[in-house]
Design a protein around this ligand. Structure first.
Ligand SMILES: Cc1cc2nc3c(=O)[nH]c(=O)nc-3n(C[C@H](O)[C@H](O)[C@H](O)COP(=O)(O)OP(=O)(O)OC[C@H]3O[C@@H](n4cnc5c(N)ncnc54)[C@H](O)[C@@H]3O)c2cc1C
Ligand code: SF4
Length: 332
């Protein structure tokens, strides 16, 4: 049985100093932060993650949701998903975020899961989770059995010949459409990372999923001030109505004036190797009449570069219908 040390620092600087000794912050890290544990402990039981030390961040002062000076919102890294989804300002000003979180996992999981943990959750690819199988993400260079194997739930956007795993997060799809910023405290100081630059495409290094380096602690996320009059919708399509990951999902933040779309931020889930902001869809939508014909064209634009695998061709049409329907719902 794998054994590990457990440390519970009282301040972020001590947590960063401990984790900075890790050889990597990516797959196979020997030192890991632990928050709710709902992803990490799961993977440790499967021997997919085998850290020598866990740094428990639950006692750090990172559990606040506060308004920012510019009218936006700051969300601490250890804010529980349930608390975030039910927060009055999130429900009023960022309803797409509340809807996305409540569409994920189960009540019990959301009560434990944290904002940063959700941001950093791992793929559900069955080969990744089975240490008896080859997997380029788990062990670089061993191959990707999903490409010729079971790939129904995997990605159709952003995949490479080395990995086709889907990013499974619902929360992240809304965060992408809301243009969140991720704040990190590391061994050499603090930095802010635009949401779209945080997750990496697999390319030929699928074991690298984010820009995080050893010691980097996500302290909080910020949301820009809410867009007055924006319509917001998160729509998730899945095999069953609850406790299931998305086959396709869409987050829409859109404003309409005089019957035309004046601003749009669109992200897709369940189809990309990272939370998938679609600049193609946004360009196809802005300036156009808010009509069913426009929404279908927008969906076609969003999926133009889709490259399905043997078992998931259905996802291309499903994702188009999901986005077109989410846009329609936003106009209701
Ligand atoms: C059965 C099941 C069903 C699920 N269904 C869904 C679903 O439908 N939709 C969905 O979106 N999610 C789903 N999830 C995933 C769930 O949302 C995540 O497990 C959860 O959000 C992870 O949060 P956590 O706090 O428990 O993370 P942890 O397990 O504690 O940590 C996860 C990772 O994040 C790192 N980490 C945590 N905090 C920090 C920090 N502050 N700085 C740097 N690194 C950090 C850890 O080191 C670890 O690598 C499901 C999970 C399970 C087990
Ligand atoms: S899709 Fe990615 S995670 Fe899944 S087996 Fe291939 S390399 Fe591993």
């Amino acid at each position: 049985m794998h054994t590990f040390e457990f440390t519970r620092p009282q301040d972020p600087a001590a947590a960063v100093a401990l984790a900075a000794k890790s050889k990597t912050a990516q797959q196979g890290a020997d030192i890991r932060f632990i928050a709710g544990g709902t992803t990490l402990l799961d993977l440790m039981k499967l021997n997919v993650e085998t850290p020598d030390r866990l740094v428990d961040i639950n006692r750090l002062p990172l559990d606040k949701i506060e308004s920012t000076r510019d009218g936006g919102l700051s969300i601490g890294a250890t804010v529980r998903n349930s608390d975030l989804a039910h927060h009055a300002r999130v429900q009023k000003d960022y309803p797409v975020l509340s809807q996305a979180i409540l569409a994920g996992a189960s009540t019990q999981l959301r009560n434990m899961a944290t904002t940063a943990g959700n941001l950093l959750q791992r793929t559900r690819c069955m080969y990744f989770r089975d240490s008896a199988m080859a997997c380029n993400k788990r062990e670089p260079g061993t191959g990707c059995p999903a490409i010729a194997g079971s790939n129904r739930g995997l990605a159709i956007l952003g995949a490479s010949e080395h990995c086709i795993a889907t990013n499974p997060s619902d929360m992240c799809v809304a965060m992408a459409a809301l243009e969140a910023t991720i704040h990190v405290q590391g061994p050499t100081g603090s930095r802010a990372i635009p949401f779209g630059e945080f997750h990496l495409l697999p390319g030929d290094t699928p074991q690298r999923e984010t820009v995080l380096e050893p010691g980097d602690l996500v302290t909080h996320l910020t949301l820009p001030p809410p867009i007055a009059g924006s319509k917001q919708v998160y729509l998730k399509l899945r095999d069953r109505a609850s406790y299931e990951f998305a086959l396709a999902s869409a987050a829409v933040v859109m404003t309409i004036a005089g019957g035309n779309v004046t601003r749009a931020r669109i992200a897709l889930g369940g189809v990309g190797t990272k939370p998938w902001r679609s600049s193609e869809a946004e360009a196809a939508l802005v300036g156009q009449p808010a009509s069913q014909a426009t929404f279908r064209k927008t969906a076609e634009a969003a999926l133009r570069d889709a490259r399905p695998q043997s078992e998931n061709k259905f996802k291309v049409e499903l994702a188009k219908r999901c986005l077109a329907h989410a846009l329609q719902m936003a106009t209701a």
